[in-house]
Design a protein around this ligand. Structure first.
Ligand SMILES: *Cc1c(COP(=O)(O)O)cnc(C)c1O
Length: 389
């Protein structure tokens, strides 16, 4: 890189350090904020992990220190999630995006044929950008029936149970429980026809509230929203479903490969697994998912109250479909949205710009966002409305 190119990429120093510890409030949708105690622990362990004299980045994935870290991560995930014994917990790579094709590769009915002709299919709920992505990938492996969709309304709501229309005998049904970009969230798990496994992209909300994992065939989540840094994908799947999976699939893309090798058929993402393990411990120490259910509701209410009292801001999500993780809203004009984001950044409130699909702003209030982060944002919003409105 030339010097001028390097300068062009330089990040301007942030003027206002808005948090008590001298950092800033980070409302990024992903990678998202992490708890400061976890970051401090990581700082130590990068240099010397568990008194081994070797840092976490340098340990063999098959040696003693990482053995313990991996086994604790499995056990603590099971404990905080309340994962039933007949479910496998696996740590994969490739993000939630890779699950978009791994799920149909493994569970669409076999017999696609050399010409790629689809035989049989699966049902998908289309409630946002990531749902649409899942549908697009699944179509390579079989027929997709949309069990319900909110696309025509720019994904502002979650279709009610009365609107769910399953096809005859789908191999599985898939939905996205929290729509990160549009700021909507399912408040109840959909009921599938008897014998139809439910698959869920739980990427931006896993362990933010208690969930009965026994209702699912398979759940996936890439860690960088609520469970630490990017690089590992948590997959929780019923053992009998894994066993039933297609076998005409590359070894590294079969779930049974990870289930039978403690998730290390090859070198696993050692550091992200380690960091996710710290996040499980942290969630437990805070009081578990029950604590976060109340805590996240409290934080979201602080910001939604501003929207409800305002004649200036407009929320994207319909009130009955609002997400507790990602709050989407707009000012009366795009120019005011830009000004809002610029002034927020100056005040030490970062990454509030919404996705281009909705415009406006998006505030992500994952588990690790302190309540002061929600309050500081609410105050900023009121002040901006007062001066710019
Ligand atoms: C972020 C996100 C994804 C994509 O995750 P990657 O790790 O980037 O593949 C998929 N689904 C949802 C709901 C998300 O929020």
């Amino acid at each position: 890189m030339t010097q001028s190119a390097a300068q062009a990429h330089a990040v301007a120093p942030t003027a206002v350090r808005s948090t008590p510890s001298g950092r800033i409030y980070n409302y990024s949708a992903g990678p998202g904020c992490m708890p400061e105690s976890v970051l401090r622990q990581i700082q130590e362990d990068v240099f010397d992990c568990r008194n081994s004299g070797v840092g976490i980045l340098e340990h063999s994935h098959r040696a003693r220190v990482f053995d313990a870290i991996l086994m604790e991560a499995f056990a603590e995930c099971r404990e905080v999630g309340g994962i039933p014994a007949d479910y496998e917990v696996m740590f994969l790579t490739g993000g939630s995006t890779q699950q978009n094709f791994m799920v149909p590769m493994n569970f669409m009915p076999p017999g696609r044929g050399g010409g790629g002709a689809a035989v049989g299919g699966a049902d998908y709920f289309n409630t946002g950008y990531w749902s649409q992505h899942s549908i697009d990938h699944a179509k390579f492996f079989g027929a997709v029936h949309e069990a319900a969709s909110s696309k025509l309304d720019n994904y502002a709501f979650i279709p009610s149970a009365a609107a769910h229309k399953y096809s005859g005998a789908p191999a599985y049904a898939h939905y996205t429980s929290n729509n990160t970009i549009y700021g909507t969230q399912w408040h109840a798990i959909p009921t599938t026809p008897p014998g139809v496994p439910l698959v869920c992209d739980m990427c931006s909300e896993i362990l933010s509230r208690p969930v009965d994992f026994g209702r699912f065939g398979l759940v996936y989540d890439s860690a960088q929203k609520n469970l630490g840094p990017a690089g590992v994908t948590l997959v929780i799947a019923r053992k009998d479903l894994i066993a039933r999976g297609n076998t005409d699939v590359p070894y590294m893309l079969q779930y049974r490969t990870f289930a039978s090798t403690e998730s290390r058929p090859n070198t696993p993402p050692v550091f992200p697994i380690y960091a996710m393990g710290l996040m499980f411990k942290w969630i437990k120490a805070q009081g578990g998912v029950k604590h976060f259910e109340a805590f996240n509701a409290q934080k979201a209410k602080v910001v939604y109250d501003v929207l409800d009292e305002s004649t200036f801001y407009k929320g994207h999500a319909r009130a009955d479909s609002r997400s507790l993780m990602n709050i989407t809203f707009r000012c009366p004009t795009p120019a005011l949205d830009d000004r809002f984001c610029a002034e927020a950044t100056k005040a030490g409130l970062d990454a509030l710009k919404g996705h281009r699909a909705t415009g406006g702003m998006r505030a992500s209030l994952y588990n690790a966002m302190p309540v002061e982060g929600a309050r500081t944002l609410a105050e900023f919003m009121r002040e901006f409305e007062r001066t710019a409105g």
